[in-house]
Design a protein around this ligand. Sequence first.
Ligand code: TA6
Length: 270
Amino acid sequence: MEYVEIKNSSASAKIALQGAHIFEFKTRDKDELLWLSGESDFLLGKAIRGGIPLCWPRFGNLDKNMPQHGFAREAIFELVDIKELNENLTEVLFKLKESKESRKIWDYKFELEVKFSISDILEIELKTRNCDSKEFMITQAFHTYFKISNISNISINNLDKKYYLDTLDDKVKVQNREITIEQEVDRVYQGVENDIVLKDLDRTINIKSSGSKSVIVWNPWIEKSASMSGMSSEAYKEFVCIESANAFEDFVTLLPGESTELKVSYSQED
Ligand code: TA6
């Protein structure tokens, strides 16, 4: 599976052309940011398990002839440009346009651009342009797998008092204080416009996003971890997904010629 490897004075990264899927990111003086399953097959046509899968043009499993989380993460993107802006910052640009295959699933003309900024901060911009003569609706997400010391050591902060859909029982609930994880968690928070902070022992990861008002928090816990593809039975201890998204009611409709951008940045503190 072809990938681009970036190394500069601040960070290193690996990004597969399939799905414009970043699966490694490490700054010079910090641990690896992203979790990557040791059981991920790296087979063309099968999403890499871990890193940051791009869910597009759908988040979730709502359209009958659309794969879960859309088709972009299994599509081969074009590597358009690699720019070394200085010794500490490299920008990488990928592009995807409609194809015969994509139009069988989703009959629209589009241009999807993904721009990575690799430095001590990881920034990603997902830009969708409607190149068709009719409007279309998208939902989307950065399905980010964060590498953690152990699921029992983490807390996810700044979602206090936010409403969320608990997809495990389809009930809407309100978050009380920080999130800690002692069971399967699969929640879609709505109306989120603030930064989120993942704390793991003495490590803090700041998650900033723009163009999005929904955030998904997911951990499969023991049973699902053992049954999901590309995951070991112990994997649930090693990662948590915090996904900046336009999910469900937070969908985006684009008229012909219009475009929208979903952006996220991840910075780390000790
Ligand atoms: O983002 C959470 C979720 O929708 C879970 O329900 C689970 O299905 C997860 O994504 C992984 O999905 P995938 O298609 O990557 O196996």
